[in-house]
Ligand binder design. Structure first.
Ligand SMILES: *Cc1c(COP(=O)(O)O)cnc(C)c1O
Length: 232
C-alpha cells in the first residue's frame, strides 16, 4: 500500500458500505465484506487478518489452497470467487467456506458425484450472467430457473443464494440494472421453490459496490479499494 494504510482504507470502505446500506433501508450488519487477496502475497493476507478481517477471497483454487495451508489453525473463512475448473472441483470441499461461482449444472453434478459419504454440504452461490455477455461465465437466468429444482436435490451442495459480476462500465444505470435483475431473479426463485433459502446476494466489487449494496447485496467482494492495485 502506498499512501494510505490498510486499516484506513478498510475503515473507509466499511463506512461507504454502511452509508449505502442505509440509503437502501438496511443496516451495515446486513452486508458482509470479503477482502479479495488474489495476486497478493501472504504478507498481505497476514496484514488483512491483523486488521480484523475474517472473510478472505481468492479467484483461483490453487492459490486459495496454498494460502489456506499457510494460515492453518486461524479463524479464516475462505471464499472462492473465481471460476472453479471441473477437474479441480473436489479440492474445494473442506477448505472453501463459500463457493460464489457455481456456474453450471456440470460443475454442480461433478461436485455432487465426487463427494464422500459424511461430507458436510458445500455452501454455494449460483453465479448468474444477468447481462448475457459472451465472455462471461455463469448460468443465464433461464438456465438457472430450469436447473434450480435439480440443484436443490443435490445433497452435498447447499445453494444459499446468487452471485453476479456486473458489466465493466461506469454507467451507473447499467450497473444498477444488473444488480436489480439479480435481486428480482432471486425473489422469483424464492417464490417458486420452497426449499430455496436465497438469503445471500454476492454482488459488488471495488468500482460498483455502493450501487450493489443499495440494490440489496448481502456480500461484497472487494480487492483494490482495500488493498490498492494488485502487484504484477
Ligand atoms: C478480483 C475479483 C473481485 C475483486 O475485484 P476488485 O475490483 O479488486 O475489488 C471480486 N470478485 C471477483 C469474482 C474477482 O475475481
Amino acid at each position: 500500500m502506498q499512501t494510505r494504510t490498510l486499516v484506513e482504507s478498510l475503515s473507509e470502505v466499511r463506512a461507504r458500505i454502511a452509508a449505502a446500506a442505509e440509503r437502501g433501508g438496511r443496516g451495515a450488519d446486513d452486508v458482509d465484506l470479503v477482502v479479495v487477496t488474489k495476486g497478493h502475497p501472504e504478507s498481505t493476507v497476514e496484514a488483512v487478518l491483523q486488521a480484523g478481517v475474517r472473510d478472505v477471497g481468492e479467484n483461483r483454487l490453487g492459490e486459495l489452497v496454498k494460502k489456506s495451508e499457510s494460515f492453518q489453525g486461524l479463524d479464516i473463512r475462505w471464499h472462492m470467487v473465481g471460476r472453479l475448473q471441473r477437474r479441480k472441483a473436489p479440492g474445494a470441499r473442506g477448505i472453501v467456506h463459500l463457493l460464489h461461482s457455481l456456474d453450471s449444472m456440470k460443475l454442480a453434478e461433478r461436485l455432487e458425484r465426487t463427494a464422500s459419504t459424511g461430507d458436510v454440504a458445500l455452501r454455494v452461490l449460483a453465479q448468474v450472467n444477468v447481462t448475457g455477455e459472451e465472455a462471461k461465465g455463469g448460468f443465464s437466468p433461464a438456465e438457472l430457473e430450469e436447473g434450480m429444482e435439480r440443484l436443490l436435490q443435490l445433497e452435498t451442495l447447499r445453494v444459499e443464494g446468487l452471485m453476479t459480476m456486473a458489466p465493466l462500465t461506469h454507467d451507473e444505470g447499467l450497473l444498477r440494472e444488473a444488480f436489480r435483475s439479480l435481486r428480482i431473479l432471486n425473489d422469483n426463485l424464492r417464490a417458486r421453490f420452497e426449499e430455496y433459502e436465497g438469503t445471500q446476494l454476492s454482488m459488488g466489487m471495488s468500482n460498483d459496490f455502493e450501487i450493489a449494496v443499495e440494490e440489496g447485496s448481502t456480500i461484497v467482494r472487494i480487492g483494490t479499494a482495500v488493498l490498492g492495485e494488485r502487484p504484477e
